[in-house]
Design a protein around this ligand. Structure first.
Ligand code: 6GU
Length: 257
């Protein structure tokens, strides 16, 4: 897709042995609304539809022995080839969800959100025949350093975070560009009514109506929170000279360094 605007919805095809699970998730909330608005089109493809035996077998025991089962290559190749056949020249990445993949993050979500088509293959912990990795998939993604029973939840994490970045998918267009990870630091604290709850008061500045002061307070809170919880993020953030100086002053005041 590089550098070309997508026409129409981002089309995501998820290959899974639990397609009903995928459909359940995309039929609620923001994902559903994004589809209704024409920003997104998610298809769940049942891997078992690409088997040819009576038992619809998708896995087999590993050559060389060992515990667990391995996803067979034939159904995966046939499923992805069939999906790509419907995409023509706009076929995009074919991504295997696996704990061995590169670690998912905001930047990857942003890259994926610019594609025309995505194919997500839900792996299973025991593994996928290596020929699928070598000759079918173009990328492998993990969502974190822990092990899930299958790639379905990981695929849904990827879909969810990508959909938030699609133009026309969120209620307010600025919301995604204001994300903490887009800016490189964590969010400031938010409050709503009541002004006093169980004796706990909302910070006075937020009630002041002074927008300049409010913006400054939020900025300082965001910096402070990031310093405390994720100093690594702040070190990488792209701040203006002014912002960097303010961050350094907060750091000094709070006894960081
Ligand atoms: Cl993508 N799959 C599985 N099975 N476990 C994971 C994962 C993916 N990412 C983190 N753990």
């Amino acid at each position: 897709m590089m550098g070309v605007e997508r026409s129409g919805p981002l089309r995501i095809t998820v290959v899974s042995i639990f397609p009903a699970l995928i459909r359940a998730i995309v039929s609620e909330g923001v994902l559903r609304v994004a589809a209704e608005k024409g920003a997104l089109n998610v298809d769940a493809v049942d891997l078992r539809d690409f088997t040819h035996d009576r038992h619809r077998t998708v896995d087999d025991s590993p050559f060389g022995g060992g515990a667990g089962m391995v996803l067979k290559p034939e159904p995966l190749f046939e499923a992805v080839e069939s999906i790509k056949g419907t995409m023509g020249d706009s076929a995009g990445p074919v991504i295997l969800l696996t704990p061995q993949g590169r670690l998912f993050c905001h930047q990857i979500a942003q890259e994926l959100s610019k594609e025309q088509n995505l194919v997500l293959i839900c792996g299973h912990y025991e593994g996928v025949d290596e020929r699928v990795r070598e000759h079918l998939v173009t990328d492998e993604i993990s969502i974190g350093e822990y092990v899930l029973t299958g790639g379905e939840l990981a695929a849904m994490v990827v879909v969810d975070s990508v959909v938030r970045l699609l133009p026309g998918a969120l209620g307010s267009e600025q919301a995604a560009s204001e994300d903490s990870y887009a800016k490189g630091f964590l969010e400031y604290p938010q409050y709503t009514r009541p002004r006093v709850y169980r004796g706990w008061e909302v910070p006075e500045v937020l009630l002041s109506g002074n927008h300049k002061e409010i913006a400054r307070w939020r900025w300082e809170q965001a910096i402070e929170r990031t310093l405390l919880r994720r100093p690594d993020l702040l070190a990488k953030a792209s701040l203006s000279k002014e912002e960097r100086e303010l961050a350094d002053r907060i750091k000094a005041r709070k006894g960081f360094n």
